[in-house]
Design a protein around this ligand. Structure first.
Ligand code: 13P
Length: 251
């Protein structure tokens, strides 16, 4: 039985003070919701404030990126142990905005995921195809290729702590989500890659999120899909009411 995981990716929104306020409102509105793991991923500068705001709740903290080295001359980067100290349990790696705007390669995504795992952080590894790739019929090839490269060198033990997020680029911030059936089909192929690389149990247990224009009115459909175990939410996670409604989806 896979425990669904719903994460809010706040991207480059909210100062520390604003983030703490939003986190408090979310905790309050989620209330007694059980059986769903909830993760908030604010910007680096707001991690400590959000950690304090969610203390005593079941909500977990995640970062939006991590470097693969412990420390060193890497101006502007943040290491796994820096994140651990702020209370992070999760870290998003390979988000398409990082791949597109900051030139992140599959190799870098793999290094980040491995460093996260080696240091006790759980990576949420993002994959997804562009509109051109979907139109060209290469979605499965592109996405499964990204998954294979991201997982290189990750052990059988470690794969238990990996979350994969399928986020088609054309659905992100567009208001045009994938259909649950389309997302489920890609997630099924992703699950098969994990089964092939590890074993059937690993494929069966890995959690796969859908991301891209998830809203309170469409989350239910995604959560009903057999191979989807949660969501990575952008825009709708910036409003306590809508994020809490997503977390409290009716199955
Ligand atoms: P939106 O929910 O705003 O489409 O963003 C999705 C996303 O990129 C989450 O990582």
């Amino acid at each position: 039985m896979r425990v669904p995981i719903i994460a809010g990716n706040w991207k480059m929104h909210k100062t520390g003070r604003e983030a703490a306020e939003l986190a408090r409102q979310i905790v309050e509105r989620i209330g007694d919701r059980r059986g769903v793991e909830v993760v908030l991923c604010p910007p680096f500068t707001a991690l400590a404030a959000v950690a304090a705001a969610i203390e005593g709740s079941d909500v977990k903290l995640g970062a939006q990126n991590v470097h693969w080295e412990h420390e060193g001359a890497f101006t502007g980067e943040i290491s796994p142990r820096m994140l651990l100290e702020t209370g992070c349990a999760y870290v998003i790696v390979g988000h398409s905005e990082r791949r597109t705007h900051f030139g992140e390669s599959d190799q870098m995504v793999n290094w980040r995921a491995r460093a996260a795992l080696a240091n006790g952080l759980n990576p949420i590894i993002c994959v997804g195809e562009t509109l051109e790739q979907r139109r060209a019929g290469t979605t499965v090839e592109v996405v499964t290729g990204q998954v294979r490269k991201a997982l290189e060198g990750i052990s059988r033990d470690e794969i238990e702590r990996v979350v994969l997020a399928y986020e088609p680029l054309w659905a992100i911030g567009s208001g045009l989500p994938a259909t649950p059936a389309d997302a489920d089909e890609v997630a099924r192929f992703i699950r098969k890659v994990v089964s092939d690389l590890y074993d059937a149990a690993a494929g069966d247990r890995i959690r796969i999120q859908y991301g891209g224009s998830v809203k309170p009115d469409n989350i239910g459909g995604f959560m009903q899909a057999e191979n989807i175990d949660g969501a990575l939410v952008g825009g709708a996670s910036l409003d306590a009411e809508s994020f809490a409604a997503i977390v409290r989806y009716e199955p």
